[in-house]
Design a protein. Structure first.
Length: 551
């Protein structure tokens, strides 16, 4: 009789505690179920930083009675490449993801590292189907590469190679800079939160999937040597770096979740032979004049063979303006002339990272790549930045490994292919290789005797790239080389020898660039020059031949 009241009391207490607890927990349970539903039934994974309208790299078709995919997107470098929808039994299917450097542009499709790699893999794994599918695309930043990743992860990849980071500043866009790190983190981890964010507070920038945004404006800014807002605004600059890390982390995490191995590459670039496009100088008046005097003195010492004196003068200039990219470029040249290769390499890197109109992957991007590779299962680091530094003929990679600022030479493409092959074999990602494979790539892989230096269309394209990016010395040398290609004889020794068969833009460029370089040399040596007249001719050349307004 005495136990009944206690039972009623216990039940009453349970109701008082249980119902409120259930009421509190119920919304979270509902949200959890919705999140689970998104993960189970939604194939869309939104980018937490921007919205891109849907686009596809492939289209499905039938070829000789076989259901196949074909690269059809106009930005895809390997257009019209076809492969079967169903991967052959025991087959090896590798996708290459990135921009034009990864694609192998401007070489023909048979002279890319992907093509070399496929030939090597066919020797290493005889009797197996090998598909190295070049899914890299012109001008694609990592956030666009991410969209291609979502497409190819469904196509039975044996492995994915990601080599991306040169195009992060190409498209103009805005970011929320109001301290949204927590919101971004939640967006990356919760599909429900990401969807709610897009509905309640849409991402500020919407990009077309089928059109790169404001590319003409980007090239015009390079011609006019103007700083990009994404690079010069500290908050936006920080967000670009966060966005890059988010895109790479998403792809590697999702691939790891699906047990697909990823070869994640750092991104090398031309450090030694590529002058920064835009160098930001905050000095004015007398301080600017003093800075200019020190800079010219440093370059005069370089010309006269006294690099240590030049280093001393340039360090004084850098103390006055510490963020000017070109100062570090010439400091690198001085260190190299002094035999201080380690210091030269660091200076060249600083010059690249401080460029206010960047089209070369930042050192911070490569740091992120190394961190993600170290932290993620089934992700294997291909440290091309370090490999190229070791393979360079100089203190830092230059035209010995790059055609321009980021696009590898034939030799460099062979280096990439060999190092990817070694990594794949070392980790036995496709099983044990054939013991018949020899180590020498050029003779073993069936690479034909292609000489890019005699590829006239490619060499003409390089002149345009040098001129567009204000690489005056390289552009001048290229005009003389093109003369030899056109005439079938030696390179020209001066602009007066140039063949009339060369386009007027090239012949005029030769004269203008030579005049400008001569003027600068005389200025550096302290001799009188009519600098304004020469500079006016240079501006007129760009106004006539590089009037970017449409793309």
């Amino acid at each position: 009789m005495t136990d009944q009241p206690r039972s009623d009391s216990t039940t009453s207490l349970a109701k008082k505690i249980g119902f409120p607890a259930l009421a509190v927990a119920a919304p979270f349970l509902v949200l959890l179920l919705i999140e689970l539903g998104f993960r189970l039934f939604s194939t869309e994974t939104r980018d937490p930083y921007i919205n891109i309208t849907p686009f596809w790299l492939f289209k499905q078709t039938t070829i000789n009675g076989t259901d196949s995919f074909v690269i059809s997107n106009r930005f895809g470098y390997n257009q019209r490449t076809a492969f079967p929808v169903k991967k052959p039994d025991g087959g090896i299917r590798i996708f290459l993801l990135g921009g034009s450097a990864c694609a192998g542009w401007p070489h023909t499709q048979t002279e890319t590292f992907g093509s070399y790699l496929q030939k090597a893999l066919q020797i290493a794994y005889p009797g197996r189907s090998v598909e190295v599918i070049n899914a890299a695309a012109h001008g694609f930043a990592s956030y666009r590469v991410r969209r291609i990743f979502d497409e190819i992860i469904k196509l039975e990849p044996s492995a994915i190679i990601i080599y991306s980071g040169n195009n992060e500043f190409l498209e103009s866009r805005e970011y929320d800079t109001g301290g949204a790190a927590l919101i971004d983190a939640l967006s990356e981890r919760s599909r429900l939160f990401n969807w709610l964010r897009s509905v309640v507070k849409p991402t500020r920038t919407n990009l077309s999937g089928n059109k790169l945004r404001d590319v003409a404006g980007f090239f015009w800014s390079k011609v006019k040597q103007e700083a990009l807002k994404l690079r010069s605004d500290p908050q936006l600059f920080s967000r670009v770096q966060e966005h890059y890390a988010s895109s790479i982390r998403y792809m590697t995490t999702e691939a790891s979740r699906q047990n697909v191995p990823v070869v994640l590459s750092t991104v090398p670039s031309n450090l030694r032979d590529w002058v920064p496009t835009v160098s930001h100088n905050r000095l004015r008046g007398d301080r600017f004049a003093e800075w200019a005097r020190l800079t010219d003195r440093a370059q005069r010492h370089l010309l006269e063979g006294d690099p240590q004196a030049g280093i001393s003068a340039l360090k004084q200039a850098i103390e006055m303006e510490s963020e000017l990219a070109e100062s570090y470029f010439w400091l690198g040249r001085l260190y190299e002339a002094a035999g201080q290769d380690n210091e030269a390499l660091e200076s060249y890197r600083s010059a690249k990272d401080l460029d206010y109109n960047p089209f070369r992957a930042l050192s911070s991007f490569n740091k992120v790549v190394r961190q993600i590779a170290a932290q993620t299962e089934r992700v294997f680091l291909l440290d091309l930045e370090r490999i190229f530094e070791r393979k360079s003929e100089h203190a830092a990679p230059g035209f010995d490994l790059f055609l321009d600022y980021v696009h590898p030479t034939k030799r460099a493409n062979l280096i990439i292919a060999k190092n990817v092959l070694d990594l794949l074999i070392a980790h036995e990602l496709f099983g044990s290789r054939s013991d018949d494979m020899e180590p020498t790539p050029a003779t073993t892989w069936g690479v034909r005797s292609y000489d890019e230096h005699t590829d006239t269309p490619l060499q003409r394209r390089l002149f345009g790239l040098y001129a567009l990016n204000h690489q005056y010395a390289a552009a001048l040398q290229q005009t003389l080389h093109l003369h030899g290609l056109i005439t079938g004889g030696p390179d020209a020794e001066n602009c007066e020898e140039l063949s009339p068969e060369l386009p007027e833009k090239i012949r005029e460029g030769c004269r203008v660039f030579r005049q400008y370089l001569t003027m600068r040399r005389l200025q550096i040596l302290g001799q009188p020059v009519n600098a304004e007249k020469v500079s006016a001719k240079l501006r007129s050349f760009y106004d006539e031949w590089y009037p970017y307004g449409v793309f």
